[in-house]
Design a protein around this ligand. Structure first.
Ligand SMILES: [Zn+2]
Ligand SMILES: [Zn+2]
Length: 238
C-alpha cells in the first residue's frame, strides 16, 4: 500500500481539535509524515519460527516446533521496541487515535507483500477479540479495525464476531510467571458458529504479541472449530 492510498482511507479519519505531530520525527500536521512512513515501510523484520526463533524468512513454524503452538505461521511487521510503532499502537489503543490504524494495517500488508507470502482468496481474516466489557469501555477493538483494513486491501473475507472471549481473563500484568500467564489465557476463547471456520485457512490479526499466548489460545479455539490452518499476523512483536 503506498502513502497516498493510506491517506485516502478516510473511513476512520475524524476531525480532532488538537494539532497532530508525526510519531516518527515530530513534524506538525500529520500522525506519520511521508518520509517516516516510507522508512517504517522499508524496515520489515526478518521473520522467524515463533517457537524457537530460527530465522526462516517466512514465519513458518518448524516441524519439530508444531507441538508447541496451534499456529502454523507467525508474521510480524515490527519489533515492539521500535519507538514510533510502539507510540502509534499506544495512541490508538489508549488514546483512541484511530487515524493511525491505516498506517498500522499497511505495515501488515507490507509483510505479506515483502515476503511474497502465498495466500488464497479463500482465506478468512479474524481479529483477536476483546472481552465484551472491555470493548464497551474502550468503544472499539483496535485489532478489529486493523484487520478490517487489511482484509479489504487483499479482498479477503472478514469475520470479526465469530471468535469471542469466553471469560474475562485477569489483567495479564499481575502475572510475572510465564507459565501462569499462559494458563490464564488457555481456553479464553470460544467460537459461536464453528461451521464458518471449518476447513478454512485463517489469518488471525492482533496489534501486539508479547508471549504469543493470546494468539496460541485463539488459534487453538479456531482449530477446535475445524479451521484447516491458522496464521498469526501482528503489527509488533514484543
Ligand atoms: Zn516524520
Ligand atoms: Zn522452530
Amino acid at each position: 500500500m503506498n502513502f497516498s492510498a493510506v491517506k485516502n482511507l478516510k473511513t476512520f479519519a475524524f476531525d480532532i481539535l488538537f494539532p497532530k505531530f508525526c510519531f516518527g520525527c515530530g513534524v506538525e500536521g500529520v500522525f506519520l509524515c511521508e518520509n517516516c512512513f516510507a522508512e517504517l515501510s522499508r524496515a520489515v523484520e526478518v521473520q522467524k519460527c515463533p517457537v524457537c526463533s530460527l530465522r526462516n524468512f517466512s514465519g513458518v513454524v518448524c516441524v519439530s516446533c508444531r507441538e508447541y503452538t496451534a499456529l502454523s505461521r507467525f508474521l510480524f511487521a515490527h519489533d515492539y521496541k521500535n519507538k514510533p510503532v510502539r507510540d502509534m499502537v499506544h495512541a490508538f489503543k489508549y488514546g483512541s487515535v484511530i487515524e493511525v490504524a491505516p498506517f498500522l494495517a499497511s505495515f501488515l500488508v507490507r509483510v505479506i507483500e515483502e515476503y511474497a507470502i502465498p495466500y488464497r482468496k479463500t482465506v478468512t481474516v479474524v481479529p483477536i477479540p476483546l472481552h465484551a466489557a472491555k470493548r464497551r469501555r474502550r468503544g472499539f477493538n483496535q485489532s478489529e479495525i486493523i484487520a478490517e483494513i487489511f482484509s479489504r486491501h487483499f479482498g479477503l473475507k472478514f469475520l470479526p464476531d465469530n471468535l469471542y472471549r469466553a471469560k474475562n481473563t485477569e489483567s495479564q500484568t499481575g502475572f510475572d510467571d510465564f507459565k501462569k500467564r499462559r494458563m490464564n489465557v488457555s481456553d479464553a476463547f470460544a467460537v459461536l458458529h464453528p461451521d464458518e471456520f471449518a476447513g478454512r485457512k485463517i489469518i488471525l490479526i492482533d496489534d501486539v504479541s508479547t508471549s504469543r499466548s493470546t494468539l496460541d489460545s485463539a488459534a487453538r479455539a479456531l482449530k477446535v472449530a475445524g479451521a484447516q490452518s491458522v496464521w498469526g499476523v501482528v503489527v509488533a512483536k514484543g
